[in-house]
Design a binder for this molecule. Structure first.
Ligand code: ATP
Length: 322
């Protein structure tokens, strides 16, 4: 391949910049021209490209967000939008595209690959909800951000003998809530993958710990369970007598300096996407990590895989945080 493009799409995740840097540097070092696409598939449709070189990715490895910007493009998900993107790719001599994003972005990459533009997906999403992959870029940074924020909330929760119900991100997956919940010692953790009953799994658990002299509580709720944390706080206060506050962490969870793990994983995946796949004219693949190794899957197969939450880990959390 003589020219490739790289884009970031869907929700931004810390470490996306490190992945872009690795893609650009690997390509440049191997004599391949790289175009950076601005605002994901939106930019691919409209030809919003920047010429990348070794120095255009300087000083971004430590930055959160994405220097290429991200977007959700409804136009791209239509046949007409897709055809426009293909025309733009052909006009600019783009022979392969690296797509850094989540499941939705990979659906777009699969469709583009099927229409003759080989794409390689790199999992960049804080939710860790890509089935073929043990770990997604941004997940570790996000977990650490949640932990840091909740540790702060904990100080005030403890000082006033309160309960704080913390809502964390995760629309379809509870990986963030489960692991952050363990890391902050939450008394109860509500995630979409595990059925729960507020009375039994929150209120009665709190009452049990009260009997063991516990006076302050943290409850972690994944946004995907669809519980209104303000209402839940009122319910808890009425049932337990413990003053309870709701805290929705929101977009603060997305930002910040990527951790070592995210930077290293992003670098390995970005390098692999170019060196092991596009340079060998292999497209329609998702780069993944399994048990620490970098591997790749057919995008179609990857999108059909299922990922389950570690129920043993949930049990451990329940046994220990009491
Ligand atoms: P995250 O889960 O972190 O939000 P994502 O990649 O899943 O990331 P989406 O908003 O679902 O985020 O998808 C990003 C973009 O991918 C969409 O705006 C759209 O342009 C494209 N896309 C999504 N689904 C499809 C599809 N079925 N066919 C073609 N393109 C799609």
């Amino acid at each position: 391949m003589k020219t490739i493009a790289v884009l970031t799409s869907g929700g931004d995740a810390p470490g996306m910049n490190a992945a872009v840097r690795a893609v650009v540097r690997t390509a440049c070092e191997n004599g391949i021209r790289v175009l950076g696409v601005i605002r994901g598939y939106h930019g691919l449709i409209n030809g919003d490209f920047v010429e990348m070189d070794l120095r255009s990715v300087s000083d971004i490895i430590h930055r959160g967000g994405t220097k290429l910007y991200s977007a959700r493009s409804t136009e791209f998900a239509t046949e007409e939008g897709m055809q426009k993107a293909i025309r733009t790719c052909k006009e600019h001599g783009i022979e392969g595209v690296v797509v850094i994003g989540g499941d939705g972005s990979f659906r777009g990459a699969r469709d583009l690959s099927e229409r003759g533009i080989p794409c390689v997906g790199i999992p960049g999403t804080i939710d860790n909800d890509i089935a073929c992959c043990d770990y997604t870029i941004g997940y570790d940074t996000c977990l650490n951000t949640i932990m840091e924020c909740v540790d702060r909330v904990r100080d005030t929760t403890e000082s006033h003998d309160r309960c704080t119900v913390v809502e964390v991100m995760g629309r379809r997956a509870g990986y963030l809530a489960l692991n952050a919940g363990i890391a902050v010692g939450a008394t109860a953790i509500l995630i979409p993958e595990i059925e729960f009953d507020i009375q039994k799994d929150v209120i009665e658990r709190m009452k049990r710990t009260q009997l063991a002299n516990k006076k302050h509580f943290l409850i972690v709720v994944a946004e995907g369970v669809g519980v209104d944390v303000t209402e839940l706080s009122k319910q808890i206060e009425a049932a337990t007598g413990v003053e309870t506050r709701a805290c929705i962490l929101g977009h603060i969870q997305r930002g910040g300096t990527p951790t070592v793990q995210d930077r290293v994983m992003a670098t390995r995946m970005g390098h692999y996407a170019v060196k092991e796949l596009l340079m060998k004219n292999i497209g329609n693949r998702v780069v993944a990590t399994q048990k620490g190794e970098i591997v790749d899957f057919d995008i179609f197969e990857a999108l059909n895989m299922k990922k389950s939450i570690d129920k043993d880990l949930y049990q451990i959390a329940m046994e220990v945080s009491i």
